[in-house]
Design a protein around this ligand. Sequence first.
Ligand SMILES: Nc1ncnc2c1ncn2[C@@H]1O[C@H](COP(=O)(O)OP(=O)(O)OP(=O)(O)O)[C@@H](O)[C@H]1O
Length: 479
Amino acid sequence: QSVLQKKRQCVFQVKPQAYRYTTAGNVSGSVQTCENTHCCVGYFVMIEGQLSVDTLACDVVEKSCPDATCKAKLRLLHNNSSTVKCVCNTDFCNNNITWTPESEQPPRTYSYSEGNSALVVTVVVILFIIFFVIVAARWIIPFRKKKENLQSSCAEHGVLPACSCYTTKSSEIDMSHIELQQVLGQGHFATVFQGRYKGSAVAVKVLPAGWKHKFNTEKEVYELPLMKHAGIVHFLGSGRRPDDSSWFIVLQFAEYGSLHSFLCKHTISWMLSLKMCQTLSQGLSYLHSDLLSSDAHKPPVAHRDLSSFNVLVRADGTCALCDFGCSTILRSCSGHRCWQSDTTNMELGTLNYMSPEILEGSVNLRSSCFLMQGDVYALSLLLWEIWMRCSDLSEGGIAPQHLLPYEVELGANPTLERLILFVSHMDKRPSIPEYWELLPQGSALKEILTDCWDCDPDARLRAQCVVDRLGSFQSSFSQ
Ligand SMILES: Nc1ncnc2c1ncn2[C@@H]1O[C@H](COP(=O)(O)OP(=O)(O)OP(=O)(O)O)[C@@H](O)[C@H]1O
């Protein structure tokens, strides 16, 4: 019993902003005595093949940590760097990690003092790069300005030269060319009608005259160059109704409507669930991507309101993202506009899908990384929703009725306070069926979910990494 009562001690080394870990136990120098857990955790970053310490601490809440030593796993992050994480259950075990970079290589052991020297080297390299950029900005950009007018307008806004100012031409549609039929959906801001345009079925999203900024935000995202992608609903054009001055956006019609209404009505097979999850993740990965072709630039976009109401399902079972009214265009040519005009959007988004750090308001919502990591958290809840309606993943082949994430635990409309307590302070997530342990794909599905809804935003997968993992399921677990 005395062993059980003894509190775990872990090596403590965190960055100032990693406030979450400072609250995990009493700190004395480089030792932390854990309050709520018997697990030590270590995060390391991989820079040019070398591991460097990011965080060493007690874990924030009690989780599973069956290993006595810190056996690390590699995860890819948003900025194409990688992080290595390990958890373990003996005193100071996060001091030394065991990590096998590639399966054929013998395990290597790093001590955190080794990591410190790598950190010093990294800091020196970064300082050198900053120095070089300052010199370049002073001497090279003014010289280029005289020669290239187009690029100079980007440089004036402090945007990297890779940014292009080209946008696609606005596609104005005359309302008299559209035949409106029945109402498809009613969101917080808009009424969406089914209609006909040029002989095809379309969806027409109508926003009242007063919602011009919402209309503009959404239209700007749809009109970005290179935005045509199967994972994003196809935009046909927009306009203003002459009679009541309301704004409208014309979109490809998605036969099954929102993912939410689809999952309420249908259970699905494993292969269909995989198709839906893959197309959904591909759409998000594309939205987050920064693409540059010879004459066009698509900057990354954070959706910021991903939910099963804002994903559409087509007749062939593919998913497409819609509703970009809360989105943020990151690093565009007119980048200052994207960041500053956006404060009205800060409080929006469907509560159930908000990541712990966004619920708590503890992150800078102007940081592109945090916004995309918030999207990945919401993606994990969507994958969970889809898999919960998959009969092949349900005991006895009978999937439970469709519920929103946290609906079982907190009811249909949880308050912000209850969500913060449950998701952030208690670090709880939607429950994963025990039955999955008996399925060949069960542990891989669980791993994707836990890697995307990690309480540490930096530890979450990139959307492209989710696409890659799901792609590998196609061959490994096809039925
Ligand atoms: N292209 C489409 N095809 C079929 N149904 C659609 C389409 N676009 C929207 N809908 C339906 O209309 C609903 C509302 O659309 P949307 O989310 O764009 O409106 P909103 O007012 O911005 O909603 P929110 O309350 O999420 O902000 C969707 O959940 C869906 O049911």
